[in-house]
Design a protein. Structure first.
Lengths: 491, 101
């Protein structure tokens, strides 16, 4: 439905990969007809970003089959296991993936080139998009142990998100969005839908690379982009090395998908003063964004002397008008302003549903995010991180995030991660792993004193280890559990 | 009929289609071109467009009556105009949110 509308109104505008809106709709209808010739229940994609992604996404929607993008960086075992779970399925893949999926039962593997080539030979009947409350997108969550859960996003969820947040064909003619998050990330799906419904030309980066991001953003006169925090800090490194690059066309940079360290966003605002920044908080299970810190919020926070307002630079802003957010204690009781607890969310875009598990929403329709946080008296939401990551030291709950922010603000520290390690006195103790800034030497005792001065001794890492790099997964998420296990076994 | 958010409806007398964004409580009549709108999968259009309700609908625009608690979004444009229980729905100005993805 979303693309049908765009196909009708977007005459003369480019959608993605050089295709106009009517041409994209035509290709999606051909893809639907092609899928109709197959008895696949699901349509998988194991590929980098390319025009085949949106064609398959919308084609699957028209054909009434769920679209399931899978992480092509997974190991052979993980990929094959995912393919088995999607069977019977047709998987559209990057050529090197074909061999890796050979012999999985019930799975037809087609390369991107063969898929696009086959569309030329299919008629594009004027198929109506047969959307109901059926599953539209299946996303494998980035669980670190066992089989990842598969979040089910229904057409209703996604349509509600888009209608609630994007104005139809509201983009100016010169607007272009750079999509560099992978297609298997909810932000990749949301970026595709928002761009197309909003009428914004989409420029795709096959896979994120900071040098290439800067090159393409400059050359394509990109106006809008969404990045995860690690991407932004790597982009800033490239920009630091190239003071001549100003990215004058860029006017809107959204970030989300993980906790943004305050020093990084401050540096970004300083380096790109003409850009409006938006912090978006959301989860796979909530069809992307549920809360935004707007450009004005950013400006007000940076300009303010009031610590309460200034602090909001570290918040994720206020919930969308179409979404309700509540903070609850462990017994499920709603908490007031400033009281930390678990974040719960409700709204039509919230799925909270997993394949083979069903819905985990409560009887009132609320979904527990497993994120800890609190809301200030003006409704700004602060995220303290995954509840599983909270350090319990002597009965006190300590969030790694604020300690990491302090460590990162030290000039000798390039990157930092904090987690709890077992401790005989305190139950858990605070441990930190830091990466030294280029050319700098980390003095552990001095760094501990630095944290103690700014926070207090309970929050000062009892142990600080210096390493060359921290472990991130390819969505840019810090693999805290892995780090914790390493620190534990390392004694 | 009882409206539900997310429901898709079509006009019986012109090309107009809408999706319900916000549904009012209880039994109401949503009409287009002077005739009640029906479910998208109902049998094809029948009847004549009432010239009194021929202001037209625009693709992608929102139509609402705040007091009645209804908002619909036009997913296919047509010649008819929309009304709830006989009262015309006005064009709603969008309050844009910043792009977040």
């Amino acid at each position: 439905m979303l693309l049908e509308m765009a196909g009708e109104a977007g005459e003369g505008r480019l959608a993605v990969g050089g295709l106009s809106y009517p041409a994209l709709l035509e290709q999606a209808r051909r893809a639907a007809a092609w899928l109709g010739q197959r008895d696949a229940a699901n349509v998988g994609l194991v590929d980098v970003n390319s025009a085949a992604g949106p064609i398959a996404l919308f084609g699957a929607a028209i054909a009434g089959r769920p679209f399931a993008p899978v992480n092509y960086r997974w190991s052979d075992d993980q990929l094959r296991r995912a393919a088995e779970r999607l069977a019977p399925a047709v998987l559209i893949v990057d050529a090197p993936v074909v061999a890796r999926l050979a012999g999985v039962d019930g799975v037809e593997v087609v390369t991107r080139e063969a898929f696009l080539g086959a569309l030329a030979g299919v008629d594009a009947p004027d198929l109506p998009a047969d959307e109901t409350d059926a599953p539209a997108v299946l996303l494998f969550t980035s669980g670190t142990s066992g089989d990842p859960k598969v979040a089910v996003l229904r057409h209703d969820n996604l349509v509600s998100y888009i209608l609630g947040t994007v104005e139809f064909m509201g983009a100016d003619d010169d607007e272009a969005a750079l999509v560099s998050v992978p297609p298997y990330h909810v932000a990749g799906i949301a970026g595709m839908l928002s761009g197309i419904y909003g009428g914004r030309r989409i420029v795709q980066l096959p896979a994120f690379d900071p040098e290439e991001w800067v090159e393409v953003a400059d050359a394509e006169r990109v106006t809008h982009a969404m990045v995860v925090p690690t991407m932004l800090s790597r982009i800033l490194e490239v920009l630091d090395a190239r003071p001549d690059v100003k990215l004058p066309a860029l006017r809107h940079l959204a970030y989300g998908g993980g906790r943004m360290p305050v020093p990084v966003i401050e540096a970004a605002v300083a380096r790109l003063p003409h850009v409006s920044f938006v912090n978006a908080y959301g989860l796979t299970e909530t069809s992307s964004t549920i809360s935004v810190l707007t450009p004005d919020d950013h400006r007000d926070a940076v300009a303010s002397d009031d610590p309460g307002v200034r602090r909001r630079l570290g918040s994720v802003g206020r919930p969308l008008p179409t979404v309700e957010v509540e903070v609850r204690d462990a017994d499920g009781k709603a908490l007031g302003p400033g009281e930390p607890g678990e974040i719960w969310v409700r709204g039509d875009q919230v799925s909270g549903e997993y394949l083979g598990v069903g819905s985990v929403r409560d009887e009132g329709g609320w979904f527990p995010t497993k994120d800890g946080g609190w809301i200030d008296d003006e409704g700004y939401l602060f995220i303290e991180g995954r509840l599983d990551d909270v350090i319990v030291r002597g009965g006190e709950n300590i969030s790694p995030g604020e300690i990491e922010d302090v460590l990162l603000s030290h000039p000798c520290v390039a990157d930092a991660a904090v987690c709890g390690v077992p401790d005989s006195d305190w139950g858990e103790a605070v441990a930190a792993v830091v990466v030294a800034a280029p050319g700098a030497q980390v003095d552990v005792a001095e760094l501990q004193a630095f944290v103690r001065d700014r926070l207090r001794s309970a929050k000062t890492p009892a142990r600080i280890e210096v390493r060359d790099a921290l472990p991130y997964n390819d969505n840019g998420k810090l693999m805290r559990r892995l780090l914790k296990a390493e620190l534990h076994s390392g004694g | 009929m009882e409206l539900k958010a997310g429901a898709r409806l079509k006009s019986q007398v012109d090309e107009t289609q809408v999706i319900v964004v916000r549904a009012p409580q209880g039994d109401v009549e949503l009409s287009c071109g002077g005739a009640p709108m029906v479910a998208l999968d109902a049998d094809g259009p029948g009847g004549e467009l009432d010239p009194a309700w021929a202001g037209g609908t625009q693709l992608g625009k929102r139509y609402a009556d705040e007091d009645a608690g209804i908002e619909v979004l036009c997913t296919k444009a047509g010649k008819g105009s929309l009304a709830l229980n006989g009262a015309p729905l006005g064009l709603k100005q969008a309050k844009p949110l910043p792009a977040s993805d």
